[in-house]
Ligand binder design. Structure first.
Ligand SMILES: Cc1cc2nc3c(=O)[nH]c(=O)nc-3n(C[C@H](O)[C@H](O)[C@H](O)COP(=O)(O)OP(=O)(O)OC[C@H]3O[C@@H](n4cnc5c(N)ncnc54)[C@H](O)[C@@H]3O)c2cc1C
Length: 381
């Protein structure tokens, strides 16, 4: 049976996240964007409310919410500011490999740590020379006789790298083996030989922290090997499958904000003696925004529902991400259009939405990579 009615719990959760976005995120968003700085205290408050690690299983002290509820939280926080939201919810990306591949001890220790204090975990596959081509990574993992590994290399564009207390780092025992050589390792921030680069000065989502992680002879004890070489690539890919619907949820949040801002502005702004809301070409752009919101949310909820039912559905997962990212970019561009010259300056909120939306077509697999994933499912190649 298909049921679109929200439960009382879901309505309460949405209300909590909506209020948090209104009271805690929106008031600081413009300044965080201008300064390119993540407001840590906002994360601390989100963590206390259980909005930071929603899918962390209850058996390890987490809220244990389904992916559908997680998407609902993400949508509301992204409405406030998708930069701040990304740095709040990115723990989901970092913890998923541990949920998928961690031993009982690793889950207890690292998932438990995320619930015992407001800390971050970062997820690191990308390198300066390998983004879309994950299997092309060069970061080396060399096994020692005691079962530990030594990591050498550089990871790039890592969300929350400066904030993280630990990282899930993917590295290879031999780059020539490509996906067959990749393993996954839990590395502590204070590990000897690990340094974090400067916070990247980005186009959009400027409040979210992004930086390189340099590994120079970093020793990873055997107890922190999440997946030995040969088993890490599958973990990385399944992680993306599970977290991509959330990118669609960010898109819905951004698009709802675009719509609200445009509805208000178009009723105020007059041209040719009448509010621009009365011009049918403006109405068309506003109507298209609503269509994209509805369509993306349906995709996101279907993808999240499948995850919650244990149904593997990478096609819908990638559709939610790919369609949502393009839809958000289009809606944000149209929002700037509706605001005219005012849309092009920082006094008004929509230029930020356009800058923020762009990253959705790049991170967690670009728009092109999503098409490749979708085509693979369809063609069986
Ligand atoms: C703000 C931000 C946050 C990020 N956070 C993280 C993180 O937390 N952890 C992490 O590991 N990574 C993270 N990333 C990295 C992100 O996932 C990569 O940037 C992304 O996968 C693209 O890789 P790339 O930048 O190397 O581009 P490239 O792989 O060099 O791609 C360049 C262009 O070529 C296209 N292209 C590449 N291959 C193909 C192909 N086969 N067919 C068609 N077109 C192709 C791409 O679509 C793109 O348009 C982040 C990036 C940013 C900017």
């Amino acid at each position: 049976m298909i049921d679109f009615e929200l439960t009382e719990e879901q309505r309460a959760l949405i209300e909590t996240a909506k209020r948090f976005a209104k009271e805690r995120i929106i008031p600081v968003a413009a300044e965080a964007d201008r300064k390119s700085e993540f407001p840590r205290e906002v994360f601390h408050e989100a963590w206390k409310l259980g909005l930071a690690n929603p899918t962390l299983p209850a058996e390890y002290g987490g809220p244990g919410l389904p992916d559908l509820e997680s998407a609902m939280i993400t949508e509301e926080l992204a409405y406030g500011c998708s930069g701040i939201q990304t740095s709040i919810t990115a723990n989901t990306l970092g913890m998923t490999p541990i949920k998928l591949a961690g031993s009982e001890e690793q889950k207890k220790k690292y998932l438990g740590w995320l619930m015992s204090e407001p800390i971050w975990v970062s997820y690191a596959t990308t390198e300066p020379g390998a983004g879309s081509d994950v299997a092309g990574m060069q970061c080396r993992a060399t096994k020692q006789s005691d079962g530990s590994y030594v990591l050498n290399g550089t990871k790039a564009w890592i969300t929350n790298a400066n904030l993280a207390s630990f990282y899930v780092i993917f590295a290879t025992e031999n780059p020539e083996l490509r996906h067959k050589g990749i393993g996954a390792f839990i590395v502590h921030r204070d590990a000897k030989g690990l340094t974090v680069g400067k916070h990247e000065d980005k186009l959009g989502q400027r409040a979210s922290d992004t930086a390189q992680v340099m590994l120079d002879g970093v020793v990873v004890p055997a107890a922190q090997v999440l997946a030995p070489p040969g088993h890490g690539f599958k973990v990385a890919m399944e992680t993306f499958n599970q977290t991509r619907p959330d990118i669609g949820a960010i898109a819905v949040g951004i698009m709802r904000r675009c719509l609200d801002e445009c509805v208000a502005y178009s009723k105020e702004r007059k041209t040719f003696g009448t509010p621009i809301a009365n011009h049918q070409l403006v109405q068309a752009m506003i109507a298209e925004m609503a269509i994209r919101i509805q369509a993306t949310r349906l995709l996101v909820h279907k993808a999240a529902w499948s995850l919650d039912k244990g149904i593997r559905d990478p096609l819908t997962s990638s559709c939610a991400k790919a369609y949502g990212a393009d839809a958000a970019m289009q809606s944000a561009t149209d929002a700037v259009q509706i605001f005219g010259g005012n849309g092009y300056v920082k006094e008004y909120p929509v230029e930020k939405l356009m800058r923020d939306a762009k990253i959705l077509q790049i991170y967690e697999g670009t728009a092109q990579i999503q098409r490749i994933v979708i085509a693979k499912q369809l063609l069986g190649t």
